[in-house]
Design a protein around this ligand. Structure first.
Ligand code: AHM
Ligand code: MG
Length: 336
């Protein structure tokens, strides 16, 4: 691809035309998701001026208090995507069941999952948040669409990405051909390709975990973090830095930019829950991006993309980022 300014539209057209990676319908779908992300970005940017801050009076399916912006972002994504004819149904962190495209619109072949606004606890404090999305193909021959159609391993995703709303708005995307980043040019109103073939270094000296949960962790996670904290004098023989934004999009964006490892592990507070983060619209898209950039992602024992989902809002333990570090943490769990 030339060094000229390449818009997201052109990148997608070239992925379709030259590289044959994506069918036309998927290209349109991704354009629509990008357009919706722009609207969400605008709402986020307005902050107090747009009367979009603070909590709504409702809880989502996970029993979490919804923020006004969670609801707005969810509506923006649905309204933008329902009429285009490329989707059969959508699923979201903010909706209990799936949203089937209404009969008045044509039905497409794709399924879209999203966390409309990840990192909600950071909305009111003006810290980076983002939209995460994952695209699956409806199973062949399926008549209509059901929730079960969504229960596909992450390895079946046909596109995945996120849009981080920080000092810049950046859309990060994979269609299985590496990871590309697009920065929103606010004057032009378009996403411009700013990084291609993103690659995560295999080694790192930076880890991300909510340390306040330390006393609840399982032994392998405690061992790993203890060894990092021991620094040069410890078994790792080097000092480690720690970062935790508490928005997965921002933490993953940092890792895609300069390496690192992110953990949100199972812990003893709620032993029956496999973790905090959701498999289908948080862990799967992020894991695919990380793998496409040369990193790794496991639940401590197995590759996240191989997990067979059985519930729409299923949770999972997450260890992702620089390959050697993820392999080390995984080996502490499996003993291999
Ligand atoms: P959310 O989808 O309700 O915003 O929750 C997910 C977020 C992640 O973005 C982040 O990694 C994690 O929750 C932070 O959790 P904690 O508040 O325990 O630090
Ligand atoms: Mg989330």
């Amino acid at each position: 691809m030339s060094k000229k300014k390449v818009s997201l539209s052109r990148y997608l057209v070239e992925q379709q035309r030259v590289d044959g990676h994506i069918p036309g319908d998927l290209r349109l779908l991704l354009e629509v998701v990008a357009r919706a992300s722009k609207s969400i970005s605008q709402a986020v940017n307005k902050g107090e001026l747009g009367e979009v801050m603070g909590s709504a009076t409702t809880e989502n399916v996970q029993g979490e208090m919804q923020k006004k912006l969670d609801i707005i972002a969810n509506e923006v994504l649905i309204e933008a995507n329902e009429w285009g004819g490329h989707l059969a149904a959508m699923a979201s962190e903010e909706m209990e069941g799936i949203y089937v495209v209404p009969n008045r619109y044509p039905q497409g072949e794709y399924l879209l999952l999203f966390d409309p606004l990840d990192g909600s606890s950071n909305i009111d404090v003006n810290v980076s948040i983002g939209t995460i999305f994952s695209v699956l193909k409806k199973p062949e021959g399926a008549r209509g669409v059901t929730e079960e159609d969504f229960f596909q391993q992450g390895s079946k995703q046909v596109a995945a990405g996120y849009c981080v709303f920080g000092p810049q708005t950046t859309l990060v995307l994979t269609v299985g051909d590496g990871v590309a980043m697009f920065t929103l040019d606010r004057e032009q109103g378009s996403f411009v390709l700013t990084k291609e073939h993103v690659s995560i270094p295999a080694d790192t000296q930076e880890f991300a975990i909510n340390m306040s949960n330390m006393r609840h962790w399982d032994e392998p996670v405690k061992r790993y973090v203890d060894e990092c904290l021991a620094g040069k004098e410890g078994p790792r023989g080097k000092d480690f830095n720690m970062r935790w934004v508490a928005s997965m999009v921002a933490d993953v964006h940092r890792i895609l930019t300069r390496g690192g490892v992110f953990l949100y592990p199972w812990d003893k507070r709620e032993p029956e829950k496999p973790g905090k983060l959701r498999l289908m619209y948080e862990a799967n898209p992020m894991s695919w991006l990380i793998e496409q950039a040369g990193g790794a992602a496991t639940n401590g024992r197995e590759r996240i993309l191989d997990i067979q989902p059985t519930k729409l809002h299923e949770r999972v333990s997450v260890v992702l980022g620089s390959k050697n570090e993820v392999e080390r943490i995984t080996s502490y769990h499996t003993g291999l």
